[in-house]
Design a protein around this ligand. Structure first.
Ligand code: DX5
Ligand code: ZN
Length: 222
């Protein structure tokens, strides 16, 4: 499954770009607050507009909000009310992960936790049953177009084993530097949901998504 990241889309023609990736199962929305990471990107109003657009177009695509923010507790309700189906918070910013995950689920959304490259998997050990999604960052968050950190492959494998054992319903998502050359390795390591920003939007998004799907299955490029 794929989640194109609209961080690399044309924000002046956002809905037109979103339309080009309507065949993807998810749409990844990178929310940056200018504090946890330097950039400021997308707020709940834009999420609401995207949701409305997808409904009007009859596109069933889940909105995957990746909150790169210092204080996610202040934002969860607004993003769920605006239509986010998944809310992912970073383990590094909170001492109250259990509470935040509970709140996300209480609001009816799927609860995700993201781990930066340097953050050990053990950070989620005590809440593994409370999450619906685990996001392994394979770049340091903040920007699109960075290179995949290869040493994250064994971490993806360990995360996959952990989820299979402790919470097989949870989705393992990978974000950062995913492209046609590494996607099959990432899938082989156990990733189920692949975020791709620059690899999708820097050229023809529809074709790039198709190329990624083929590459993920180990098939050659068309
Ligand atoms: C990075 C973001 C990613 C980003 C990925 O902070 O979380 O979702 O959009 O972009 P690419 O696929 O270009 O690495
Ligand atoms: Zn992201």
């Amino acid at each position: 499954m794929f989640a194109p990241s609209i961080l690399s889309a044309d924000h002046g023609n956002l809905m037109a770009d979103i339309r080009k990736v309507r065949k993807a199962e998810y749409l990844h929305i990178d929310v940056m607050d200018g504090h946890f990471v330097p950039e400021i990107t997308i707020g709940p109003r834009v999420v609401k507009a995207i949701k409305r657009y997808l409904e009007e177009e009859n596109v069933r695509q889940r909105l995957d909000a990746h909150l790169m923010v210092t204080n996610p507790g202040l934002q969860i309700d607004k993003f769920v009310l605006s239509g986010a189906d998944i809310i992912t918070v970073h383990a590094e910013v909170t001492g109250h992960l259990h509470r935040l995950l509970g709140r996300i689920r209480e609001l009816g959304a799927m609860a995700g936790v993201a781990l930066n490259p340097a953050t050990p998997l053990s950070f989620i050990e005590e809440v593994v049953e409370d999450l619906d999604l685990l996001l392994i960052m394979t770049v340091n968050p903040g920007y699109g177009g960075q290179s995949f950190i290869p040493t994250m492959l064994p971490k993806i494998e360990r995360a996959s084993r952990l989820l299979k054992k402790e919470n097989p319903h949870a989705i393992l998502e990978v974000d950062g530097g995913v492209n046609v050359n590494n996607v099959s390795l990432i899938v082989d390591a156990g990733a189920e949901l692949l975020v791709a920003g620059s690899a999708v939007f820097n050229s023809d998004p529809e074709k790039s998504l198709e190329d990624l799907r083929r590459a993920a299955k180990g098939e050659p490029k068309e």
